[in-house]
Design a protein around this ligand. Structure first.
Ligand SMILES: [Zn+2]
Length: 279
């Protein structure tokens, strides 16, 4: 059960590159979650069964190839969330880190261009909360890809319709993108987003007013990015409590996701649900 050197090398931290643009498209085999089926085998009055019924998490973990399974860290449950205090007034909150001393970090995944066939299995096997900021143009070829991810614990939030640079645009223009994205996501997924990430993180004061007027409470930047299986830190060399980590649905999704999980684990933190921290 040893990992190959090549596999381990991916997790190593080096620098260079930056997470920016979003491209590439992917196809999408939606996957159904395997479920345990009851069997009508012997029901003896014998000793206690040694194998309790597996849950979806355990089934998914067991179903992964051993080299992937070995790279998925196990986390303690997240503590009860302590909510932030949103700013008063007519603008949404703006955060790159949730102000907290709790040993938590937040996984966020943007856009949705590459619909990687292992995403669902990885989400189920890791069994941690994730926030997806989906761009309508990136997902509209196959919005159904994300429904099982939602069922596996991911929360779908807003990332505009067409991924424009919002800074400097008129209120009306920003509203079309921000309200429009939220409306369409509500139609696709049955829940209207309450959080927002501006494309590229770029925004202005108008953006935060529009976000609030469109019914979302907070917007987010990040403290770490991930690409090609490497985590890039804006401050220091470790994930800190409350950090928001950015990744994308890219071709190297598996390596990126595992790098993020392991960076959080190495820091002694556990992934928590971003929505739980916003009142
Ligand atoms: Zn984006």
């Amino acid at each position: 059960m040893r990992m190959s050197k090549a596999v381990r090398a991916v997790a190593a931290g080096t620098m260079l590159a930056i997470a920016a643009g979003c491209s590439a498209s992917g196809d999408t085999p939606p996957a159904g979650a395997p479920s345990a089926s009851p069997t009508a085998t012997a029901i003896a009055s014998a000793p206690v069964p040694s194998t309790p019924a597996p849950d979806a998490h355990q089934v998914a973990l067991a179903a992964l190839p051993a080299n992937l399974r070995a790279r998925i860290p196990q986390f303690p449950p997240a503590p009860p969330a302590t909510k932030v205090t949103l700013p008063p007034g007519d603008s949404a909150g703006w955060y790159s880190r949730i102000p907290t001393d709790q040993k938590v970090a937040f996984i966020t995944i943007d856009d949705g261009w590459v619909k990687h066939p292992l995403a669902l299995k990885l989400f189920q096997a890791s069994n941690v909360p994730i926030t997806l900021f989906l761009e309508i143009n990136a997902i509209k070829d196959n919005p159904d890809f994300f429904k099982p991810l939602q069922a596996a614990g991911a929360t779908i939030e807003n990332h505009t319709i067409s991924h424009p640079n919002l800074r400097g645009r008129s209120y009306a223009s920003q509203k079309r993108e921000i309200c429009g994205g939220a409306d369409q996501l509500a139609q696709y997924y049955g829940r209207r987003p309450v959080l927002f990430r501006p494309p590229g993180g770029t925004h202005d004061a108008t953006t935060l007013r529009v976000v609030k007027d469109c019914g979302m409470k907070a917007a987010f930047y990040w403290k770490e990015t991930t690409d090609h299986g490497v985590v890039f830190y804006q401050e220091g060399k470790t994930v800190k409590p409350g950090d928001i980590i950015l990744m994308h649905f890219r071709p190297r999704f598996v390596d990126d996701y595992l790098a993020v999980l392991n960076a959080i684990h190495k820091a002694g933190l556990t992934p928590a649900r971003l929505e739980d921290y916003i009142p």
